[in-house]
Design a protein around this ligand. Sequence first.
Ligand SMILES: Cc1cc2nc3c(=O)[nH]c(=O)nc-3n(C[C@H](O)[C@H](O)[C@H](O)COP(=O)(O)OP(=O)(O)OC[C@H]3O[C@@H](n4cnc5c(N)ncnc54)[C@H](O)[C@@H]3O)c2cc1C
Ligand code: SF4
Length: 640
Amino acid sequence: MAEKAVVVGSGPGAATAAMVLAEAGWDVVVFEKGRNYFSDLTEPAPGTLFSNDELKMLRGFGGPDTEGEPRAFRSTADDPEPLEVGFVNNLPTTVGGGSAHWDAKVPRFWDIDFEKLTRLGPIDGADVVDWPVSYSEMAPYYDAVEQLIGVQGDGDGWAAVAGKYAPRSRAFPMPPGPAQLASLLLAEGAGATGLHPYSYPAAVASQPYDGRPACINCGFCSGFGCPIHDRGSALIPLRRALLSGRAELRPDSMVTRIEHDGSSATGVRWVGSDGAEHTESADFVVLGGGAVESPRLVLLSDVGDDSGWIGGGIMFHWFSDGFGIWLDQRLHGYRGRSFSHGLDDFCDPDFPGAREAAAEVGLPYLRGGILEMGGTSHLIQEALQYVDLMEIFDADKPFGRRFKELMRLSALRDRLAGMQMIAEDLCQQANRVDLDPSITDRYGLPAARVTYHPHLYELTAQQFYMPHMEALAKAAGADVSGAVAQTGTPQAPSPTGETTPSGAHLMGGLRMGTDPSNSATDGFGRLWSIQNVGVADAAVFPTSGAHNPTLTIFAIALRNARSWAGLEGPPELAVDDEGDRGADSGVPVGLVVAGAAGGAAVIAGGAAALAARKRRASAHGSETAEDGTADGSGPEPLSS
Ligand SMILES: Cc1cc2nc3c(=O)[nH]c(=O)nc-3n(C[C@H](O)[C@H](O)[C@H](O)COP(=O)(O)OP(=O)(O)OC[C@H]3O[C@@H](n4cnc5c(N)ncnc54)[C@H](O)[C@@H]3O)c2cc1C
Ligand code: SF4
């Protein structure tokens, strides 16, 4: 029997769940509190209001409204007042969620991430657990998502350490795009110091793919909406949900409460752009508002919490910045897709010296995280840095001739190659989201309050790996090099955790598990107390891993949503065994996701939607076939 689901949010997790449920024959309504900055979302590359405009993005276009919807931050439960109010690591609030602005670096988590307790052991003061799913069970979901969103990567150059901990049985769907000079220089230095850099996996089309064009390396990647949509995002599964003919997207619609009778959800309460409150009934409610907003919504809905894990265990990756400056050459690191090379040697608990460094402070082991190599500032960011620097020497005149000379030299942009280590953050139950007792948002609802303090683990790993970052820049020939802790807000960096980390990687808060006393959701992301509420976003992460999280968000949402729809196991991939995508054809992906129950209805709905698109295309004289590809080969048919 077809059912009806309400999906809260339209980011990677939510959109993936919407796709699975709609293609399985469910009716789906997607509520997104942010705006829709895109034209027809059934197109593979819809029109967009995002552009290569640094000023627009610095002014927060597509970002969260942190005055109307503030969050509060405190370092520990003993802080009498919030240390910050407003921006607390908020992700963009728009159709597509955080994936509207990302640069789409998509490594897999490692096998030890899924079996952290079993393979690496407990750590005092942290809540280390295994995931309810192993890497080998996740691998086919990773394969499927890589095909769905279109990932470029270098299977041949894949680092040995990544192959050991995250073995692949399929090729990347696309080869890497052009390497960036700044990344290559740092990669050479890394190789010279015994590390293993490689072309980093990214959901960026290096060639036409699934109706999307190839990346033009415009350079305005991280923090900007992609102007041509070669970059994969939540819009891809959202498009498939809409093309099923069974899903409806409602932007500017804030879900304020899960309606339930204590053991079963009946729908949601929501507020539209007119300010009026409405109710939407549903057989199943999917939470995809992200790692802060999903726990907040559960707390706003008076759902029972026997375990104390609703809101508990919020995690942020722990960032360190490194750099090299070459005075004798321009690196133009502001071009390209933010950076092209990375390495994950620092994720390895057996990295030379890491166990000894851990033992010195009484830890059983430690891990850093992936190292992204090669980014730099944009023009306005660069200018603001000089203004800050010049103010130290001449507060009255942070401009003029000296400022112009600095801009011409461009030591902090054109001659700089940046690095970021994105390190694992241990799960601690006391790091949590709850409802602030006095701060409310524009809907009159209590704001989310984040309580977060780092563990000795993150701080020790940071101190251990920063010298390695500096050393590789030196080995690469940089004239000036260094590494600094970057964990606070850009305005107030704090290496010890008095401000919230600002790295845009948020996880946990409704963690999955097999033990109801030690988790908020079951092994498939359903709230223990209300089983027809499923969590599809990063909130379900029991541990944070040491790699960018979003491929895993897509993959775990795919796995869990398939179980909610009654579909068994991973989807079949409509690709050949070599993973060959037909490089020149632009042939897209066909995930065969529909189950037997909904298959026929989906085919009918999808056919109707495609026919409507064909009519639109012919009315506009489009030369593109109705499936969005040049030759009409299109996505594989949806089948049962
Ligand atoms: C500049 C930048 C670069 C990044 N680069 C990378 C990268 O290279 N690799 C990587 O892995 N990750 C990257 N990330 C992080 C990535 O964007 C997030 O991990 C990912 O978007 C999280 O997905 P999610 O589904 O958990 O939630 P989100 O993407 O946060 O989506 C949640 C959505 O739900 C909506 N919402 C919330 N509450 C409600 C409500 N009550 N009612 C209605 N709607 C609601 C929100 O408006 C939002 O659109 C980057 C992020 C940024 C900002
Ligand atoms: S660099 Fe490529 S992927 Fe990134 S925004 Fe520009 S065109 Fe899109």
